[in-house]
Design a protein. Structure first.
Length: 647
């Protein structure tokens, strides 16, 4: 009799369980549901999906990149742990959650809805569906329509520039209009914030530091987020805007609000051309911060955190031949070498454009920027922080930067010593007024007619460029060359200041070093200069270090004569300093050799690495103190026990 009752009860439980499997559901598909006696009869009878925002509220409209969670609710509780997989439009996997035994709901971890606005073909999908599947791949729920808006783009201009740099991207005929993406440019007045990377009308005026401009970018991004309701933006930047954006991401960004960093011609390894305006005391300290020594030796060593953001950089490669390159290595876009684009690990691409045209180029936009803006969900990998990049040296050997002033209607002459054995001698001229002209006489005394093919002659009318005229010579004839700098009818009545740089490929090599590029105020550092030819040291007859602070004040330090010479300097106040080490030596044949190396030193009250060391020492000291305290208490307790046992 008891066996019959037991069998009857088992059959009754089985039939009751089967009664609550949804119609069409395979009982072996991974979800088994049991009824809850307390559940009202009006409850929905199929699983439902909800999209939750960062506060846990249900949403039916979001902006691409918002932080979300996905939640599923089953009509009844389950009798076993059940995995639920979510997807976007049934194609892109978004994540999963697990419904525990005797529960009816679960939700995913928070994540960013990056790429939800675009499908895999780059087509907008402003109305999407979310699907939930069980562990066997069977779709068990589909959400109602969710509306998605594209995330905004924030554009950042570069050195000696302004928001007008991005005019080609804006307006009804701009690059962004067909994509339906809202565009914002720092300094455009849509929200508060304006950068100061140099005013071309006031070149002697002080600029902000990278850090100061990064704080302005922080304010601007916050304004864009508040105005649009978006939680994420794309950063599309030009030139020095890349350094400003990197500083923001590393030091100032709180919760991640940058989807990706898209750079156009940003010199991650600096630009040698920046020594031209810096030599005149123009656009300080920005013109020092663009130096190769600063970027590779200071900035890249301290600004290393990416917060999972992928970096992209597009390099112009218009100039391929060294003698056609005015002031930097090849290939380059006239002022930024492709090697500098890749000075840190990132995703790089090339385009046949010059630096000032990168924000105007439809090719740069269509082939590089646009595909990145249209990346679909599932294509935003979290990028780890890379290892510190090596501090490589510039492949160029500069003689020196010659500076001067030309009166209206006047001229001045420079003498350049071209040594034997050089394969290239290349010249660059910077003139803020863009009004002066040069006449070149070779070692024979004859005037050389400059043209693009034979001499790489280039004239850049863009005032935001770091050079105005450039030209070079392959296998130049040794001897004294004469460069005449003359005013023209467009030269201002007060005249014009100019700077001329000359670099050689081949010949002697100068290596200038500092014991540290990031000293503290009051810390003595040693500057060293070593001049060699074919690996053999040369005698240095005269050497000096010209140290210029961010206000343009210059201090001169002299080195003793000899080989591998050195001197010391003790900076007193924090700030960024240009250190030009200028030497004159003698080749084995007695010929005079002139070289200059350009360093950049940032005096910091609390250098990042020093602070890390200090924190580590403090941590170790704290651990030691805790251990000593524990040992003291142990011995004290043992002593008490011994005394008690003695009694």
């Amino acid at each position: 009799m008891r066996k019959r009752v037991s069998c009857f009860l088992v059959l009754l439980v089985f039939l009751s369980t089967q009664a609550f499997i949804p119609a069409g559901q395979n009982p072996e598909a991974g979800i088994t549901i049991i009824n809850r006696a307390s559940q009202p009869t009006s409850q929905v009878t199929s699983p439902t999906i909800m999209l939750l925002d960062r506060t846990g509220q249900t949403r039916t409209q979001i902006t691409d990149g918002d932080t979300v969670q996905l939640q599923i609710t089953l009509p009844q509780t389950t009798s076993q742990r059940t995995s639920i997989n979510f997807s976007l439009n049934g194609v892109t996997s978004l994540g999963l959650c697990v419904v525990e035994v005797n529960a009816d709901t679960c939700k995913t971890e928070s994540f960013s809805a990056l790429g939800w606005y675009w499908d895999s073909n780059g087509v907008p999908q402003n109305a999407i569906h979310l699907e939930a599947s069980d562990s066997s791949g069977n779709v068990i729920a589909r959400s109602d329509v969710i509306m998605v808006k594209p995330r905004p783009v924030v554009m950042v201009h570069g050195f000696i520039s302004n928001p007008e740099t991005w005019n080609a991207y804006l307006g009804t005929n701009g690059f962004l209009a067909p994509l339906g993406i809202p565009g914002f440019v720092v300094g455009d007045g849509q929200v508060p914030g304006k950068l100061n990377t140099g005013d071309m009308l006031h070149p002697a005026g002080r600029t902000n530091t990278i850090a100061q401009n990064a704080d302005i970018l922080r304010q601007y991004i916050a304004g864009v987020k508040q105005k649009t309701g978006a939680e994420m933006i794309d950063l599309v930047v030009h030139s020095m805007g890349g350094m400003i954006s990197r500083y923001y991401i590393d030091r100032l960004m709180q919760d991640r609000d940058v989807a990706q960093l898209i750079m156009l011609g940003s010199p991650m390894g600096g630009s040698d051309c920046s020594v031209l305006p810096a030599a005149l005391g123009f656009f300080l300290p920005a013109s020092i911060e663009i130096r190769e020594s600063y970027m590779r030796g200071v900035f890249n060593q301290q600004i290393t955190h990416r917060r999972g953001i992928e970096f992209h950089d597009l390099g112009g490669t218009r100039i391929l031949e060294p003698f056609k390159s005015p002031c930097t290595g090849v290939p380059n876009d006239t002022v930024v070498a492709f090697d500098s684009i890749n000075a840190i690990p990132l995703q790089s691409s090339k385009v046949d454009d010059i630096h000032s045209d990168l924000t105007l180029s439809s090719t740069a936009f269509n082939d590089f920027v646009k595909p990145l803006l249209q990346k679909p969900a599932g294509t935003f990998p979290s990028q780890p922080d890379p290892a510190l990049p090596p501090q490589t040296e510039s492949p160029l050997e500069f003689t020196r930067v010659y500076t001067g002033h030309v009166e209206f209607g006047g001229s001045t002459e420079l003498t350049i010593n071209i040594e034997p054995g050089l394969s290239v001698a290349s010249f660059a001229l910077y003139d803020a007024s863009r009004s002066i002209n040069t006449i070149v006489r070779g070692a024979s005394g004859n005037v050389i007619e400059l043209n693009p093919e034979a001499n790489g002659f280039i004239e850049i009318d863009d005032p935001s460029s770091m050079l105005y005229l450039g030209y070079g010579f392959a296998n130049p004839k040794p001897g004294l060359w004469k460069i005449t700098v003359e005013a023209t009818e467009t030269t201002p009545s007060v005249g014009a200041d100019f700077a001329v740089s000359v670099y050689f490929v081949g010949g002697a090599k100068l290596e200038a070093t500092s014991t540290t590029l990031v000293p503290r105020p009051g810390e003595e550092i040693t500057l060293t200069a070593n001049l060699t030819l074919n690996g053999q040291p040369l005698q240095i007859g005269e050497a000096k270090a010209l140290i210029k602070d961010s206000d343009g004040k210059t201090e001169t330090l002299n080195f003793p004569a000899g080989q591998n010479v050195s001197t010391t300097w003790t900076p007193k106040t924090p700030g960024t300093y240009a250190v030009d080490v200028v030497v004159t030596g003698a080749a084995p044949d007695g010929a005079s050799v002139e070289r200059t190396d350009f360093l950049a030193i940032e005096v910091q009250t609390n250098p990042s690495k020093g602070q890390i060391t200090f924190n580590l020492v403090a941590l170790i000291a704290g651990v030691v103190l805790v251990l000593l305290l524990i040992l003291f208490l142990v011995f004290r307790g043992v002593g008490k026990l011994i005394r008690r046992s003695g009694k």
